[in-house]
Each structure stands twice: as C-alpha cells, then as structure tokens.
Design a protein around this ligand. Structure first.
Ligand SMILES: NC(=O)c1ccc[n+]([C@@H]2O[C@H](COP(=O)([O-])OP(=O)(O)OC[C@H]3O[C@@H](n4cnc5c(N)ncnc54)[C@H](O)[C@@H]3O)[C@@H](O)[C@H]2O)c1
Length: 268
C-alpha cells in the first residue's frame, strides 16, 4: 500500500472501543478497526460473548482485545466500562457507539404498543448511546483527541411504508425506534459542535436495511425500493464508512450523518 494511504487509514497505536461488538454490525466494525491495526475494547451484555469474540479477533488480526460487560441502559455499567476501557491502555481514541436496536415484544403499531416498550426503546438507543458519549467523550476532551462514531439508522430520516411489512407478515419498525435514531442524529450534530473545539470528532452513520434472517419476499420488496437494487451485506458494506470516520482520512469531517443504505433514502 502507498504510504499516503497508510497515513490516512493506519490505526496502529490507537485504541478503539466498540459497544455491542460481539456480533453483526458491531463485530464488522471491530474487525475493520482491528484490520487497520487498532487495539480494541469489545463490549457485550454477556461477558462470555465479548470474551469469545475478543479471542477470535485477537487470533485473526493480531491486536490486543479487552472484553468487557456492558448493558448501556444502566448508567453505573457505562461508567464502569468506560473507566475500565480508559485504564486498560491509558487512552481510548475511537468510540464506535453501535449498541442498540429493537426492544420489547408489544406490537409495532404505536396505538397498540406498550408505553413501557416505547420508553425502553428510547432509553437504549438514545439515552444509553448519549451516556457512552458522555463517559468516553470526557476522557477524549481531556486528551484533546478522539473520534466518536454513533450508529443511527435511515429510520431516523424517513417515514416507513408499512405495506411492505404487512405484505410479508412482519411487525415492522415502531415509531419510537425512528424517534430514538433521529435523536442520535440530532445529538451527534450538537455534540460535534460542542466537542470539535476540544479536538474530538463526532459523526454518525445511518445504515439502511441489512439482509439477515429475512424472508425472500421482504428482501425482494426492500431491494426493489433501493437504488442499488439490494440490501446491505453483513461483513462488507458498513466497514468502509467506519474506517473512514475512525481514521485520519476524515480529519476535516465533523457532525455529519453518513448514510450507508444503497440509495434507499434518495430513491423516490
Ligand atoms: N441491521 C440493520 O439493518 C440496521 C439498520 C440500521 C441501523 N442499525 C443499527 O445498527 C446497530 C447494530 O445493529 P445490528 O443490526 O448489528 O443488530 P444486533 O441486534 O445484531 O446488534 C445490536 C447490538 O447491540 C447490543 N445491545 C442491545 N441491547 C443492549 C444494551 N442494553 N446494552 C448494551 N448493548 C446492547 C446487542 O448485544 C448487539 O451487540 C444498532 O444500533 C442498530 O439499531 C441496524
């Protein structure tokens, strides 16, 4: 590789913390950061899962990996995980704030949804993510250095056509998920404004739909609504955006929402 590219993307000597890094998109992020040379902190609610992922990444990429338990809906655990992460090598340079997703078993339709599930959704996806920014961001501001990458969703940008879900006998996404992810995009912009003068970059990625355990009918419907004609691929399609925002390649990019959705959002 040309040295110019190495300067832009090399993360050797950096430490990256990936929340929810034991599986799927968080795991993909952990792998690409490790491939660029970063040592990692992998968190999962189940410590044994964080440990087994840490072993795999350590073996595959030859970087140091610290597994930690973290339920980000509990502020004490966020504080503890952040201080353990910082104490490990004395620095956290990158926070991939990935943990989130669906909560609750009640119907997705707002009027039938359990109000407590609404609260839990916003608590996990917005408050929990903001708590992680707070606890790791404080350390980054002190060092006048760091990159925070939040993970939102196109759900935070768009209204959803429910017919596609109904046709495929799926529950669909609740309005509260959209609200929480829109909140992640909003908080990213203001946090970026707060922290850029302190030397810390804050950006957000909004992934589109990734193809995983879905019926052929839904994949076809979703793909037809996507400019590139397909859903996102685990293990492939989010890695470039994460590496870009974690590395020097994005050193003049702050407060941006990078939409990685194959053109779902621009296709009308
Ligand atoms: N899969 C998609 O199509 C898609 C699309 C847009 C956005 N996203 C977002 O990408 C991120 C990763 O999603 P994914 O598709 O890999 O889903 P996933 O459900 O496989 O992963 C979610 C991760 O968050 C963790 N998590 C859940 N609750 C937690 C809690 N209370 N405390 C700490 N960790 C918790 C899980 O253990 C898991 O590691 C999420 O924020 C999700 O909302 C996913």
């Amino acid at each position: 590789m040309h040295s110019e590219l190495e300067t832009m993307f090399d993360l050797k000597g950096r430490v990256a913390m990936v929340t929810g890094g034991a599986r799927t998109l968080g795991y993909d992020g952990a792998c690409v950061l490790a491939a660029a040379g970063a040592d990692l902190i992998i968190t999962s609610r189940q410590l044994d899962q964080a440990k087994s992922t840490a072993e795999t990444i350590c073996k595959n990429y030859g970087v140091d990996v610290l597994p930690l338990a973290l339920d980000q809906t509990l502020f004490d655990q966020v504080q503890t995980a952040a201080s353990q992460a910082i104490a490990w090598k004395g620095q956290v340079d990158v926070l991939l704030n990935n943990a989130g997703g669906g909560t609750g078993n009640s119907p997705a339709i707002l009027f039938e949804r359990d109000p407590h599930d609404i609260e839990k959704m916003i608590h996990l996806n917005l408050t929990g993510a903001l708590w992680c920014c707070r606890e790791v961001g404080r350390h980054m501001a002190k060092r006048h250095s760091g990159k925070i990458i939040n993970i939102a969703s196109i759900a935070g940008l768009l209204g959803r056509d429910r017919k596609m879900y109904e046709r495929n006998q799926m529950l669909g996404q609740p309005v509260d998920y959209a609200g929480a992810k829109a909140g992640v995009i909003g908080m990213t912009k203001d946090l970026a404004a707060l922290m850029a003068p302190q030397g810390v970059y804050v950006n957000v990625i909004s992934p589109g739909g990734f193809e995983r355990d879905l019926s052929d009918g839904f994949v076809k419907d979703f793909s037809e609504r996507t400019a590139l004609g397909r859903m996102g691929r685990d293990g492939i399609d989010l890695k470039g955006a994460i590496l870009f925002l974690a590395s020097a390649a994005s050193d003049y990019v702050v407060g941006q929402n990078l939409v990685v959705d194959g053109g779902f959002e621009i296709w009308h």
